[in-house]
Write a protein that binds this ligand. Sequence first.
Ligand code: PLP
Length: 434
Amino acid sequence: YTTLAEADPEVATLVEKETWRQFSGLELIASENLTSLAVMEANGSMFTNKYSEGLPGARYYGGNEWVDELENLCRDRALKAFNLDPKVWGVNVQPYSGSTANFAAFTALINPQDRIMGLGLPDGGHLTHGYYTAKKKITASSVYFQSFPYRVDTQTGIIDYPQLETNANLFKPRLLICGGSAYPRDWDYGRLRKIADAQGAYLLSDMAHISGLVAAGEQSSPFEFCDVVTTTTHKTLRGPRAGLIFFRKDKESDMEARINAAVFPACQGGPHNNTIAGIAVALKQAADPAFKTYAKQVRANADAMAQVLFKYGYKLQTDGTENHLILWDLRPIGLTGSKVEKICDAVHITLNKNAVAGDTSALVPGGVRVGASALTSRSMGEKDVQQVAEFLHRVVQISLTAQKEAGSKKLADFVTAYTKGDGESAKLVAELKA
Ligand code: PLP
């Protein structure tokens, strides 16, 4: 064995550059986080070498005694992290990502061309919940299923539940999906359950963005009301990049067998055992009381940033946040999300442009999404993120002036100086290098 630096200096340099980018800038992308060194170690472990198609105790390859133990451990921890009774709930920990978890869950629950309803992409939903445009079916979820998205109220930015109910009565979906990628409010699962029941539809929650907050009791739990719950493991849950599918063990419909067969062999091949090792570590960490403190702080930080932006008179969709993210509507000040994202990039602040309620263009949307998860993982508290929100205000001021280059250069220096002062990041980078 040689080290990466000896074997491939080119890739080693890129890893080092990316490490510095992550720690010398401010990460505000709401779907990202900084996972722990322990998770990364498990993720880069010898488990990457092993094939193990099948499930614990029933594999298509030999040599899986430790993989079986690992996958069982990961499943146990997944159920524990969300307080689930193993007699009632099961979990498949093999999905490679949130998208494949969703497609496998849809494959298990419904037939091709069945009808689905999820929150529309421009309203904060995710691509995999049936997104299509007038010109094109964009994702497999709209190619293989008939999709009719529901919307948020354009005035309040909150899901228009009455309209959703009316449309569900007309469209009669087989599957109702809740969960989103840019929705700053909690979900009314009880109400959605009633709407689904009226149609005899399954209710699936994709809690990818909020699963860490759900595990910590900082958001309503979808498990009380939903048949199936999917999640990514790398957002607020702070694990490696992957997905999970939780399902009610309904014997009559043989849900366990349907979900497991939909993951493998229907949608995937061999599990990524190194990733499952990383998920297991992340779930152990999520069960630690320190994670509850983290999740509470994530919410407090998102709110602290919102309060600073309100102070300057900016408009936030839904007038604030109940979770880890803010949706900032820039249209009242005549800016686009693309412009603000670009200036943020120039000053080492990473966030993404995002559609806001009533937007007509997905390419040049009127807002940006601001998340608090990664900064909170760097031990930042309210005071720190208030400073970050001040930087964001400066970005807007720069965007509105003619001297964008000079203004950006000055602010970039300031952001760099600010992040250098963060002892925690310096410590982490030193640890990573060691
Ligand atoms: N579901 C939701 C709600 C998401 O926000 C995302 C990604 O951002 C996904 C699914 C897809 O996850 P992945 O990128 O791991 O496929």
